[in-house]
Design a protein around this ligand. Structure first.
Ligand SMILES: Nc1ncnc2c1ncn2[C@@H]1O[C@H](COP(=O)(O)OP(=O)(O)O)[C@@H](O)[C@H]1O
Ligand SMILES: [Mg+2]
Length: 373
């Protein structure tokens, strides 16, 4: 695909780079910023090399020599991001000078808004140096500094791209963790984290079968829900918290899962099935209790490709329609990366990216740190 060269800065495409808590890889998009919904011009996915993935996972917890290790991991990430940017430019037949900027989320290794910090690794100076393109990064910290959760940040983009004139819509992004955006014309956009998305399912299947994820939920399908375990998992204090709320590996991890005695005695596939049910129930509960009221649900993120998860969501949410964002013209896989291109464009125009009613920040803030080319 070759893209017509833009003539003005405002028309220049933006790049969005997203690598989420699933650590499955980098989603990269090239999109047009001057049209609503930022239509996709090109996209690419790059797996994070397995040693770097393991190191990033390890850096989610306290360990020796963390500062040096995270500096080195940040550099390696920047090199991966630069590689996928090269792929995108080649796909679009563009040079660095044809692109306005990169919005790069970075890799979350800690998320502790209650303690006033959230940490996304990427050596953005190196990424700018390697690509020759202005980079915007560190989107979450400003919102946290203003008293917010720093998450979720996608709702403002969901509102720009998916709001319907009459219907109430929920957009549910199922990454490592799941978040919901509630859209209804004339009312403030709401949103919060629902709880675990794929992270626990991925962690469990990796530990039990050495598989990266449970494709289409096939392994979970071979098991049955353990009602007692499900009840224990749903008793996690996170589910009692009212929005604004956000979560991560600090709240939901394998150590927490295996601290429930039932897990050791259960068939592993039944645990997997129960984890899938946990994700489905957490999302369904948030849709059922949503204000503004929801008429239709749109899924995005990798979890939208998990057939059993989608089936269960359809059952739990019936008669409401549960669809994918591709029915609205945006492929499920790229929504979050497009959102970070959009957030970078907001930053460069001096416009806010957060929604205080979502994150709990004291007010709207321009999000991101800019590394000029
Ligand atoms: N076909 C599929 N079946 C089941 N799960 C899938 C499938 N495709 C992707 N996933 C899940 O989606 C995850 C990646 O989702 P993603 O939205 O990229 O999350 P993150 O933003 O945390 O990186 C994978 O780790 C996997 O759990
Ligand atoms: Mg991902």
């Amino acid at each position: 695909m070759t893209i017509q060269k833009p003539t003005t800065l405002a028309q220049k495409p933006m790049i969005g780079l997203m690598s989420g808590t699933s650590l499955d890889g980098i989603d990269a998009v090239l999109c047009a910023p001057d049209q609503p919904g930022m239509p996709l011009l090109a996209s690419a996915h790059l797996e994070i090399p397995s040693r770097l993935r393991q190191e990033l996972l390890a850096l989610n917890q306290a360990g020796p020599d963390e500062l040096r290790r995270s500096a080195l991991a940040s550099q390696q990430l920047a090199r991966c991001y630069a590689e996928v940017v090269r792929t995108l430019l080649e796909a679009g037949g563009l040079a660095a000078a044809d692109v306005a900027a990169i919005g790069c989320h970075g890799q979350t290794v800690r998320h502790q808004p209650a303690d006033g910090y959230t940490l996304q690794l990427v050596d953005a100076a190196l990424l700018t140096e390697l690509t020759g393109i202005t980079t915007v990064t560190n989107f979450r910290s400003r919102d946290v500094a203003a008293g917010g959760q720093g998450a979720p940040l996608v709702p403002a983009f969901h509102a720009a791209a998916f709001q319907h004139a009459a219907l109430g819509r929920a957009v549910v992004n199922i990454g490592g963790f799941a978040n919901i955006t509630l859209l209804r014309a004339g009312q403030p956009t709401r949103g919060h984290d629902c709880g675990p998305g794929n992270a626990l399912m991925d962690g469990w299947i990796l530990q039990q079968l050495r598989e990266r994820f449970d494709r289409d939920g096939l392994w979970a399908r071979s098991g049955t829900v353990l009602p007692a375990l499900l009840e224990q998992l749903l008793a996690h204090p996170f589910f009692m918290r009212r929005p604004p709320r956000s979560t991560g590996r600090e709240d939901f991890n394998l150590a927490w899962l295996t601290s429930h005695a039932t897990v050791a005695q259960a068939r592993p596939e039944d645990v997997q099935r129960t984890l899938l049910e946990l994700t489905a129930c957490a999302i369904a509960l948030d849709v059922h209790t949503a204000r503004p009221r929801v008429d239709e649900i749109y899924l995005c993120g990798g979890g939208a490709a998990n057939r059993l998860l989608v089936e269960r969501l359809r059952e739990l949410l019936s008669p409401l329609p549960v669809l994918g964002t591709s029915t609205l013209g945006m492929d499920e896989q790229w929504v979050e990366a497009i959102a970070f291109a959009w957030l970078a464009a907001q930053c460069l125009q001096g416009l806010p990216g957060n929604l205080p009613e979502v994150t709990g920040a004291r007010g709207p803030r321009v999000l991101g740190a800019i590394y000029p080319a």
